[in-house]
Design a protein around this ligand. Structure first.
Ligand code: AMP
Length: 472
């Protein structure tokens, strides 16, 4: 597999790269063999577009604004060149003084922080560099011990980092590279004052990288304040969903939504597809309630929302990654940044109030070229929200009846809008309309030809990532 490189824009919007598509491999970046080895061990063959475009600029020392959503491979796009750049400082000495913080990555959520740190630990595992993560909601002690021991790459949520700075455990005076990851979400969550305080403590002579799903006026202002003539790199079209995601809308009354989920999962089982799914709800209460109800219906479900402690979230996420839980019911904030490879299915139990959140939600599937289903359960009162989403995505969503035997299946809003038949025969995609389901379902046969799309439970347990990282 190879990757063709789309254009890279300069801050003025001028096209910098050649218009001729080029084939890029990881070897082209000239990364140290220790990093290359780690990349190969991850099983990455080809850089993703955001990696192909960003890595050369970061290596060259430019500030960079990257418009890329989670799932595009953006973490490696900044972590790999960071490791390369600070590798010259790597030291096998045990002395903490030889391991000052050289690179700081700020993230909005604990989950994203853990995932970035997990990547940093994997990519640097053949070097003497150390990576660690600090975030709130857990005891400080272990983090303090890790920071005191010395760490070159620190991933942090802003509030907890300020706590460690306040108690003089973290010192940013030798930071060379700063990354603001999911900067839009950090601003949404009110982190701007914290960011300002932190950035003021970092030497002005630094490289700054900012990643954001969208470039809102607020993000541009942030960039103007803290980045120097940044290169802008944009991969997928803003507000466009991956074309490896099949989107389906089922019109279902609110009272029938939970049973509709059961029907969808039953249909997926019949079709030989993974039942592993993330189900989005709009409220914490609704999230917890839905998970309990699904459990009563015999579905292995877990809830992840803001009222859960960090320990509970970690346990649930681990159970999901190992397959012990098949339905992860989540709110937007809790799910932000969750990295679950090859997520086969996302179900919107309700549509989000903010159309952009819909894009983030369905971005949990169809990552890195894998195929996935995004299913929205919509009742009549949500029509306006659906209109907003369709307007933002500049496309009509495909309305389909629920699978056979469903509790309620309304006819398509407009049959002319359905483009389903072309994709129906693809064994990777969920088939909402199953003409042969009546006979198939009773005989419990699954076509052996149909491939399963499942999550890979091979990643290290998130629980093992609290505090510092040990070299593997
Ligand atoms: P991210 O957008 O950084 O959250 O990455 C999304 C997923 O893509 C993660 O599971 C990564 O491990 C995976 N990934 C990152 N880079 C590559 C690559 N070059 N090839 C295949 N998978 C990748």
């Amino acid at each position: 597999m190879t990757n063709t490189v789309p254009e890279i824009n300069s801050p003025t919007g001028a096209t910098e790269s050649s218009a001729t598509p080029a084939t890029i491999t990881f070897a082209d970046f000239g990364l140290d063999p220790k990093i290359q080895k780690a990349v190969s061990e991850q099983g990455y063959n080809t850089p993703t577009p955001i990696q192909a475009q960003s890595i050369p600029h970061v290596l060259a020392g430019s500030d960079l604004m990257g418009a890329a959503q989670t799932g595009t491979g953006k973490t490696a796009a900044f972590v790999l060149p960071i490791i390369q750049k600070i590798l010259r400082h790597a030291s096998s000495s045990a002395s903490p003084a030889r391991h000052p913080i050289r690179a700081l990555v700020l993230t909005p959520t604990r989950e994203l922080a853990v995932q970035v740190a997990e990547n940093a630990a994997s990519y640097s595992k053949h070097t003497d560099l150390r990576a660690a993560v600090v975030y709130g909601g857990v005891d400080m002690k272990e983090q303090v011990a890790t920071l005191r021991g010395g760490v070159e790459i620190l991933i942090a949520t802003p509030g907890r980092l300020l706590d460690h700075i306040g108690s003089k455990v973290a010192n940013l005076s030798q930071v060379e590279i700063l990354v603001l990851d999911e900067a839009d979400r950090m601003l949404d969550m009110g982190f701007l004052p914290d960011l300002q305080r932190i950035i003021d403590l970092i030497p002005a002579q630094r490289q700054t990288l900012l990643f954001s799903a969208t470039f809102s006026p607020e993000i541009k202002k942030l960039a103007q304040s803290y980045l120097r003539t940044p290169v802008t790199v944009e991969v997928a079209r803003q507000n466009a969903a991956a074309d490896t995601v099949k989107q389906v809308v089922h019109m279902v009354s609110s009272a029938d939504k939970q049973r509709a989920i059961v029907k969808v999962l039953e249909a997926r089982t019949r079709q030989g597809l993974s039942r592993q799914c993330i189900i989005f709800t709009n409220s914490r209460l609704g999230c917890a309630r839905l998970a309990r109800s699904l459990e009563r219906d015999g579905i292995k479900a877990g809830a992840i929302h803001g009222d859960k402690s960090q320990g509970e979230r970690t346990l649930t996420l681990d159970a999901f990654k190992s397959g012990a839980i098949e339905a992860l019911v989540a709110t937007d904030v809790a799910a932000r940044g969750l990295d679950i490879p090859s997520m086969p299915c996302v179900i919107n139990h309700e549509l989000p109030f903010n159309a952009e959140d819909f894009i983030h939600r369905i971005g949990r599937t169809g990552r890195a070229g894998s195929k996935g289903d995004a299913i929205a359960l919509v009742d009549a009162s949500e029509k306006r929200l659906l209109d907003d989403i369709e307007k933002l995505m500049k496309r009509k969503l495909d309305v389909q009846p629920l699978p056979e035997g469903s509790p309620s299946s309304a006819p398509s809003r407009s049959s002319s809008r359905s483009d389903a038949p072309a994709k129906m025969s693809d064994p990777f995609f969920y088939k909402p309309y199953e003409p042969s389901a009546v006979t198939k379902a009773s005989s419990d046969t699954t076509n052996p030809e149909e491939k399963k799309v499942g999550i890979t439970p091979a990643r290290p347990a998130v629980g093992a990532l609290l505090g510092g990282f040990k070299k593997k």
